[in-house]
Every structure is written in C-alpha cells, then in structure tokens.
Write a protein that binds this ligand. Sequence first.
Ligand code: GLY
Ligand code: MN
Ligand code: MN
Length: 457
Amino acid sequence: MASTIGTAQLMTITDETLPGLACLSTDDFKNHRDNFLAKMANNSMAFFPAAHEVTRSNDTEFSFCQNKNFYYLTGFNEPDALLVLLKKDHVEQAILFSLPKDKNQEVWHGRRVGQEKACQEYGIDQCFILDEKSERITQYLNGLTQVYFAFNDANIRQTVFDLLAQVSAKSRQGFKVPTTLVDANPIIDELRLIKSENEIALMRQVNYISCLAHKRAMQKARAGLFEYQIENEILHEFTYHGARHAAYATIVASGDNANILHYTNNDNKLKNNDLLLIDAGGELAGYAADITRTFPINGKFTQPQKILYQLVLDAKMKVIAAIKPGVTFAKLNEIANECLTKGLLELGILSGDLAHLLQEKACKKYFIHGLGHWLGLDVHDVGDYQIGAEKTQLRQFAAGMVLTIEPGLYFVPMLMKEISGHKDVNWDKVAEFQPYGGIRIEDNIVVKQGGIENLTR
Ligand code: GLY
Ligand code: MN
Ligand code: MN
C-alpha cells in the first residue's frame, strides 16, 4: 500500500538557509484543478486515473509511485482511484472515486483515506467508493458534449470507451452521449511546465537534500569500495532528510562505466586513479531533483582529468549564464557546441577549421546526449520543446520553467571506432584522453523574470 508523500517527513532539515519547510497545500492542488477546469469546454468531463501497484515478483510489489498527473491535481497517494473533473452548466466539480475503508485490508496493507476524509482533507467536492464509478459516471456523462483523457494511456482509454458505451446503451431512455474526445495531455503538460512559487520551494528543498547526498558520496568515496556502497550513502541521505525515494535509478559510474549514460548496475569496485560520475536526485513530495557530479575517487584530479573536467564545467557555466526568459534550448546548444568544440580543438582531440567544425557540430561525437530537459514531478518532465501547430517553433523560456543543464564529454568505443579514420580527428590525442571520460556536470535551473535561480548550489 502507498505511503503518504504530501507534507510528511520533512522535519529533519534544520539548516537555517532553508526558510521554512516546503510542501504543497490543499489550495495548491485545488489551484491545479481550477486551472485545468478553466481550459475545459462547458458541459464536459475530464478523467485522471491514479496509478496501479506494479508486481515485482509473485505477490510483492515495487514501491508505489503515483500517476503524476493525478498527483498534480489531487495530492492523493492511493492506487486505483479515479478523479473526474466535471464542468456542467458552468458549474465546476472535482469528484473522486477511491478504495473503500476496509478493516481487513487496512490491517494487512495500510490505512486508506476513505471517502469522508478525501473530501475534508483533499478539498474534493464529492468522493465515492470505486464500485459506484460506472453507475455515477454514466449519469454525469449524459448530455455532456466533450470528454478529456490521456490518449496514450490504454487503461483509461478503455475505461472511457466502456463508460461511453454504457451511456449510448441508454439512448432509448433519452441518454445523450458526448461525441467529442479531447487529449488531456497537451493541456496538463502546459500547466505542469510552469511551476508555482510553492512548487519551486519544494524543488529548492529536494535539490538541497540531493546536494547533501552528493557531498556525502564525495566524502565516503575511496578505492576498494563498490559503486553500490556509494549508492547506499546517497539513498541514506535522501531518506534521512525526507526524500523517501530516488527520483530515478541512481547512477554511480566509476572509470569507463561513466561512458554508459544510464549505467545503473553500480556493481564495480572503485579504483584509485579513476573518476566517479554520480547522477542522483531525490524525490520530495513527488518532485524530482536531477544532479550529476564527476570527481576523482582519491580526491585529486590528474592533469588530463582536470583539463577535461574544466572544459565541461566551462560549458555548463557559459550555458547557464545565458539563460533568461525568451532564450531557447537551440541558443543554449549553440553556446555548448561552441565552447566544447573550441576546447576539443585546443586540446587537439579535434583538428581542422573551427568554423567548419562548429557547423558540423563535431563535438557531438563526444557530447552524445541532449543539453538538458524540463524537470518537475517527472525527472524528464512534460512539456513540448517545439510548439505551434506544426511543432516547428522553438519554445522560448518563461518565468516558472525549471530545466536541467548537463553538458558532458564521453569516449564511447563504438563512436571512437567510427571516427578513427576521420580527417578531423587526432587519434593519438583521443587515445591520450580516452581513459578520463565520461564526465558530466548537471545543475537544475529555475527561469525567473529577471534571469535564473540555480537550485544546485
Ligand atoms: N538522470 C537522467 C538525466 O540526467 O537525464
Ligand atoms: Mn537530466
Ligand atoms: Mn541526471
């Protein structure tokens, strides 16, 4: 059964630099619902399902993770529930269907909120047990014109089609079935893309906790330990400060493992002269941090390690300095491309004409992933990067957006083979630096009216 992720478990943070303990209130979740309702047509209904528990093996489950859209609109953390938003004759209502109170189930699996408390504590207008779902929703749907649901979710698609079929089956009794289906995702994605002050406060806090975890990992790292032992130090620090879960599988990649972007085996031994790349972020009240640091296991960079690291750091700093409202990811990519390509040329890893190398984006053989992404309830958060009817327009940054910036340099054997005969490559230099990639540095940035706030200080 699910545990609470709303306001709980934040009491261990005592650092005076954190003004108060962030959490989202009932009003925040109501605001989210009101914002979605404002986008709905009159005489329509929107469906948002909670997540189901997922089997790990036989009769044990993975730890529960709520559906993020459902969470954004309710703060409710039980599985299998269904939120419907109803706008009828311009009157707006939030209606929740959830698991019934059940003494036996609750003794085995944990407490359930129940319908009465769901209304009182979550600000929901009406709440019913799940068994009443079909009967009640077919009544609500009668006479409406539009329904909204996530088109990419097969389960809710089936639920909605079944409900519409039930309304349709009552046509002889005068029931009228809605005929327009609207994808809810683009609407809620746009809302989630712009974070409120309270959401940002929460993300500031989970970044702070995640920074503590990275610091602990740096303090504990030494040759002879296994990568998973460092992972354990990170998870300890998350949990100790109230971030009960990692926002994504923690990456602790020593030496050459750092060239595997989503390396999560974490089962190699740390070696004395290697670098250690850690990509780890906690999840606090549903919100993610996504931070990467790369550092020498023995505490001291060798000269080539230092040179590569400095280049990635320079790229990160230059890109972050350029972020403000109106700027696009395309512009930031230009800056990263210029910085890394110039740097690789100066090191002799690339050779040839700078203008040509820039045009070719020659650094992309070494910087092999995107520069950043939106961050929020999901680590790779929702929101289109290109907008407009044709999805060809670059989205400009606006106040309230939160994004990662994560330049890196890698020496992936397959790509190295591909370029080994290339005229712009000095293979001796590649071979000289190859043992010291991959390196990635990743910060989380809030776009503000006047510029930015870097959450990862
Ligand atoms: N941790 C996954 C990413 O950086 O995108
Ligand atoms: Mn990231
Ligand atoms: Mn990351």
